[in-house]
Design a binder for this molecule. Structure first.
Ligand SMILES: *[C@@H]1O[C@H](CO)[C@@H](O)[C@H](O)[C@H]1NC(C)=O
Ligand SMILES: *[C@@H]1O[C@H](CO)[C@@H](O)[C@H](O)[C@H]1NC(C)=O
Ligand SMILES: *[C@@H]1O[C@H](CO)[C@@H](O)[C@H](O)[C@H]1NC(C)=O
Ligand SMILES: *[C@@H]1O[C@H](CO)[C@@H](O)[C@H](O)[C@H]1NC(C)=O
Ligand SMILES: *[C@@H]1O[C@H](CO)[C@@H](O)[C@H](O)[C@H]1NC(C)=O
Ligand SMILES: *[C@@H]1O[C@H](CO)[C@@H](O)[C@H](O)[C@H]1NC(C)=O
Length: 356
């Protein structure tokens, strides 16, 4: 018996050292009035209702809890602190089946394989009735174990898994893991396995968001394809936002090359303006070549409407003008002829005296 106690003491010391070496421990969150047991990552609570072991077990289940399992000496220390002010005894989750010498915790682990903390000697003899374990026999040492018929009515201790929390964007047993920088939303990940909780940033997939989109795809869940209008042999684009790596082919808008050039622009990077000589209200031109789509305004020609036209309008004016000129000249000439004829006639009328 003494040997067993010594072994437990040694194990207790070892487990304590192990605890101390865990430099950054997760914080444990317990609901109000539940007490934290950081060594087992659980929260426990005393209930003073008098119940049989079986009834107590069912009662704990209302909270999603179980009767307390004590596997670490640290738990006994915490318990004895709490029990200083209590006079009742409380069921915990260990029992002995009839005719079996071993005691088992309700998670089916044998008490012999874990920490032992019997009030007197560990009960050895198999009994003919179901025997259960409680804590807080009156005396100096609180929190040690004693056994009794499971039917006895007494208080009990329920235990819940604790909500374990690491710091922001940390995960892992000792919070030593860091959530992937590519986790979406608030960037948080599952505290146990690091899986991103709110999807991935654009360009990444996988539970850990550590897989970049395959070549030729990009964006949210890699759902988008690089534009066919990306320049370059392989038409590559950025796996996050789809910006074409080598720019766009002529006639498409940087950076993703999904849209043709906007109204009134064309060419490489849509950097050129359609000619102001294009016809139509909006001066539309072909986004690739800049050819005016509705022809040119008067006086210009060529695909880009940049060539000054030999103006048919001026030519007709010329004809009209020359016709006018010609007719004026004709009228004048005729007038002069008539006038000079009259003069000759007048002279001939006056001349008979002179000529005779
Ligand atoms: C467990 O809690 C006790 C008391 O709050 C504290 O002294 C101890 O450092 C904690 N241990 C760990 C591993 O967090
Ligand atoms: C427990 O018992 C002691 C002595 O019998 C008494 O002084 C104390 O008030 C009791 N405490 C409670 C919580 O009943
Ligand atoms: C993606 O492109 C890179 C560089 O061009 C190449 O090394 C890689 O093998 C490609 N991956 C796939 C899956 O095609
Ligand atoms: C893609 O283009 C946008 C808009 O020009 C720019 O803000 C962003 O930084 C570019 N992304 C990359 C990876 O170059
Ligand atoms: C195109 O037109 C805009 C305004 O309409 C002007 O600001 C810009 O300088 C022009 N670009 C070229 C290349 O002429
Ligand atoms: C622009 O011109 C190119 C080459 O002539 C032609 O293939 C394309 O269909 C034209 N685009 C539009 C919008 O008319």
């Amino acid at each position: 018996m003494k040997l067993a106690v010594k072994t437990d003491l040694l194990r207790c010391i070892l487990s304590y050292i192990l605890l101390l070496t865990q430099s950054v421990s997760p914080k444990i969150l317990c609901h109000s009035q539940w007490i934290e047991s950081n060594v087992s990552s659980t929260c426990f609570k005393f209930f003073d209702y008098k119940k049989s072991f079986k009834e107590a077990k069912i009662f704990c289940q209302y909270f999603g809890a179980i009767l307390m399992i004590i596997k670490y000496c640290e738990q006994t220390k915490i318990l004895s602190e709490e029990l200083k002010f209590k006079n009742s005894t409380y069921w915990v989750g260990m029992r002995q089946r009839p005719s079996v010498s071993e005691f088992f915790w309700i998670d089916r682990t044998s008490s012999a394989t874990t920490f032992l903390s019997w009030y007197v000697m560990a009960p050895q003899l198999p009994r003919s009735i179901l025997v259960c374990t409680y804590i807080n026999e009156p005396g100096i040492m609180k929190g040690l174990w004693a056994e009794d018929s499971c039917k006895t009515q007494r208080g009990f201790v329920c235990e819940l898994p604790a909500v374990r929390t690491c710091g922001a964007k940390q995960f892992g047993l000792r919070c030593s893991g860091r959530c992937s920088k590519e986790c979406g939303g608030d960037g948080e990940c599952d505290i146990t396995n690091g899986n991103c909780l709110h999807g991935c940033l654009p360009g990444f997939i996988g539970d850990l968001c550590n897989v970049a989109c395959a070549n030729g795809t990009y964006g949210d869940k890699c759902n988008f394809k690089c534009s066919l209008h990306c320049a370059g042999f392989d038409k590559k684009c950025d796996f996050r936002d789809g910006n074409c790596t080598a720019g766009c082919v002529k006639g498409y808008q940087e950076p993703t090359c999904q849209q043709p050039c906007g109204r009134g622009t064309y060419g490489q990077g849509c950097s050129r303006n359609c000619s102001l000589n294009c016809a139509g209200r909006y001066k539309y031109c072909n986004s690739t070549e800049g050819t005016c789509l509705m022809g040119c305004v008067r006086g210009f020609t060529g695909p880009l409407c940049d060539i000054v036209q030999e103006e048919p309008y001026d030519f007709s004016v010329l004809i009209v003008a020359s016709l006018c000129g010609a007719s004026t000249l004709a009228v004048l000439t005729i007038s002069v002829l008539i006038w000079s004829r009259e003069m000759v006639f007048k002279k001939q009328v006056k001349s008979p005296t002179g000529s005779t």
